[in-house]
Design a protein around this ligand. Structure first.
Ligand code: RB5
Length: 150
């Protein structure tokens, strides 16, 4: 699977770890910005990069970092076709994919440490959408909400 990874300055200290981990898990990383620590950079720019990569099918999923994960998640969810979840626990990182078909995992590098991040990223990347009728029904409703704001 192709996994895009992006971060603002708040997430930057954890970005290299995640790139390496996703590769170790056997997936191809599409590395997006930031490529250096720029304290004045803005998380919506990196949400846009990850959203575009998924919309253009250059990546199937994305991992988006900022300081708290909150801003990244808010911004990513503005983008068509993006279902981003801020998941700082294992259950949500896996279930967000299995039930809700999230395609972007948002993480706060100032909130969780390296061992927890490894667990979260592994859970997200290994999870598969169940496609069960009730989940698909809810997903269609989410997509209808997105269309209603066109
Ligand atoms: C940047 O300082 C910080 O505000 C940003 O990374 C993020 O935490 C926003 O939600």
């Amino acid at each position: 699977m192709k996994v895009a990874v992006a971060s603002d300055h708040g997430g930057f200290p954890m970005k290299a770890q995640i790139v390496q981990l996703v590769q170790t898990l056997g997936h191809e990383v599409i590395e997006l910005g930031a490529f250096e620590l720029q304290p004045a950079d803005d998380y919506p720019d990196f949400a846009a990069e990850i959203g575009t990569a998924i919309q253009q099918e250059r990546a199937e999923r994305g991992i988006l970092l900022c300081g708290s994960g909150v801003g990244a998640c808010v911004a990513a969810n503005k983008l068509k076709g993006i279902r981003a979840g801020l998941c700082h626990d294992h259950y949500s990182a896996a279930q967000g994919v299995e039930h809700d078909d999230i395609n972007v995992l948002c993480l706060g590098a100032r909130v969780v440490g390296p061992a927890v991040v490894e667990d979260l990223v592994t859970a997200f990347v290994n999870a598969k959408y169940s496609g069960e009728e009730r989940h698909q029904r809810r997903l269609e409703k989410v997509k209808a909400l997105e269309r209603s704001s066109d």
